[in-house]
Design a protein around this ligand. Structure first.
Ligand code: GDG
Length: 457
């Protein structure tokens, strides 16, 4: 079997650093099976940029190769087209999208230059697997250099309805470039159906069976491969000494009161202001929870150079002040808003000590926090997941309390049901979700994509 070559914006880590997510673990695992190469951006900006030296790192069969980008690439490709155009549009937020021809050109150029640097490293029977919205045009660039290897793609974020995507200038050309991949994987059936509909309606493609598309003389596999977590490993994290320490610190502090936990990068897609307002609504509509139930929101800052992200953080600080001003007591604070990150094992302990996991994105490709929260629970006394219908995770977790995050009333009701849910019902719902998480984990996800991709060769 040929080597695996993984391409993604950020690369690694190869080893468990205490911060690596299930995705990195699953990819390293897949790379180790056949030997392989993981190629992407170093995270650094330099004058030589993509033409600079390749930074290499190797453990046994797996090699990491990273290149820099220039300050102009950073502006146009990364902060520009990827994060100010594609991220909002693919999350249905046309109101936040910036359309600038220079950004699009820079994005296509960085894809071309990354392909140029990868080209000489590719061996004849390699299989390539490219990740996410940073690299929509990457396969097209490789095909122009006569690379005939199987190339698969997985989109970690949503693919919107064609009515939304059509607003992106040159959407047709971007999607046509995606057809240079042999396999295009999405998080949900809905995303895959949106992509198919775009290709059929806008590009005159035709469906071949229920998982292939034919357009522009090519036939491509288009399917949903919902990403999983390393459920067993995460459930062990929740029982680690680090987790136990955070559980006991929290339990001491809670002193019998209940905690709702939210964990999200600060991002407008995560529905955080709506979540804080829904929690306020809970205290208004069900006053018996005052002094008894608190919300802890862990929110590591991300992309903090972008205006939209600065603004959302300010809104959240204001909302926290407002709710805490209204309801705090001398020995109880309703919202704790922590803008920092924690090691994964500590996080697992925090999930375990929280009666409710509150995951309410307005749009999310999958949302791994929903899955991690479930994996971290105690089998004998599990907490309840309240989950947005607009998270990809909702498609495969019907036992969660599924809510509309735009309705404060509905989320407050969901929270109230979660807080008051009898033990037996909590156990039944949790068991069904946990079993599925173990079966459909990150390893199974990677194997499903790779086995379809290898069948192309
Ligand atoms: C994209 C898609 C899709 C969070 N805080 C800390 C921390 N985290 C970890 C979580 C989780 C990960 O970050 C976040 O994953 P999500 O899935 O929630 O969201 P995105 O970052 O937006 O990821 C998403 C995902 O790709 C995978 O395909 O599910 O829809 O948007 O693992 O635990 N980790 C640590 N400390 C923190 O404070 N160590």
């Amino acid at each position: 079997m040929g080597r695996l070559v993984v391409v993604s914006n950020r690369v690694g880590p190869l080893k468990d650093t205490g911060r690596a997510g299930g995705l990195a673990v699953a990819l390293v695992d897949a790379l180790t099976q056949t030997g392989g190469l993981w190629f992407g951006w170093s995270g650094e900006v330099s004058e030589e940029g993509t033409f600079g030296q390749i930074k290499e790192q190797r453990t046994k069969a797996v090699q990491l190769a990273q290149i820099d980008i220039t300050p102009a690439d950073y502006e146009d490709y990364y902060a520009g087209y990827a994060n100010r155009t594609l991220w909002p549009v693919l999350h249905y937020r046309l109101d936040l999208a910036v359309f600038d021809r220079r950004h699009e050109t820079g994005y296509r150029q960085v894809n071309d230059r990354f392909a140029t640097r990868l080209r000489p490293l590719i061996e004849a029977d390699d299989v390539l697997w490219v990740h996410d919205y940073h690299f929509l045009t990457f396969a097209a660039a490789l095909r122009a250099m006569e690379v005939g290897n199987p190339i698969g793609f997985f989109l970690h974020i949503p693919f919107p309805a064609p009515e939304i995507l059509a607003a992106l200038p040159n959407a047709g050309s971007i999607v046509r470039a995606m057809l240079a991949y042999d396999l295009i994987g999405f998080q949900t059936r809905r995303d895959a159906a949106n992509f198919r509909r775009f290709v059929v309606e806008e590009l005159g493609g035709t469906e071949v069976g229920d998982s292939r598309l034919s357009a522009g003389g090519r036939t491509v596999i288009v399917k949903a491969y919902p990403i999983g977590i390393d459920a067993e490993a995460f459930s062990k994290f929740a029982m680690s000494p680090e987790a136990r320490r955070s559980v006991s610190r929290l339990e001491k502090q809670l002193a019998g009161r209940q905690q709702i936990i939210g964990v999200d990068r600060i991002d407008y897609s995560k529905g955080l202001p709506e979540r804080f307002r829904a929690f306020e609504r809970l205290l208004d509509d069900y006053p018996e929870n005052r002094g008894r139930v608190s919300l802890m929101q862990i929110a590591p800052p991300s992309r903090s150079e972008l205006d939209a992200y600065i603004e959302i953080r300010r809104t959240l600080e204001e909302l926290t002040g407002h709710v805490n001003g209204r309801f705090s007591d001398i020995d109880w604070t309703p919202i704790r808003f922590l803008t920092r990150s924690f090691p994964r094992r500590v996080l697992a302990g925090i999930y375990r000590a929280s009666r409710v996991g509150l995951v309410t994105p307005l749009r999310d490709g999958m949302n791994l926090v929903a899955k991690e929260y479930v994996a971290a629970q105690r089998a004998e006394d599990p907490g309840v997941l309240v989950l947005s219908r607009f998270a990809g995770a909702a498609e495969g977790m019907p036992e969660a309390l599924v809510v509309n995050p735009h309705s404060a009333e509905e989320v407050a009701q969901g929270l109230q049901s979660a807080i008051t849910m009898p033990l037996e019902e909590r156990r039944d719902r949790w068991q069904a979700m946990f079993d599925r998480l173990c079966r459909e984990d990150a390893h199974a996800w990677a194997q499903a994509i790779l086995s379809d991709l290898r069948s192309v060769a």
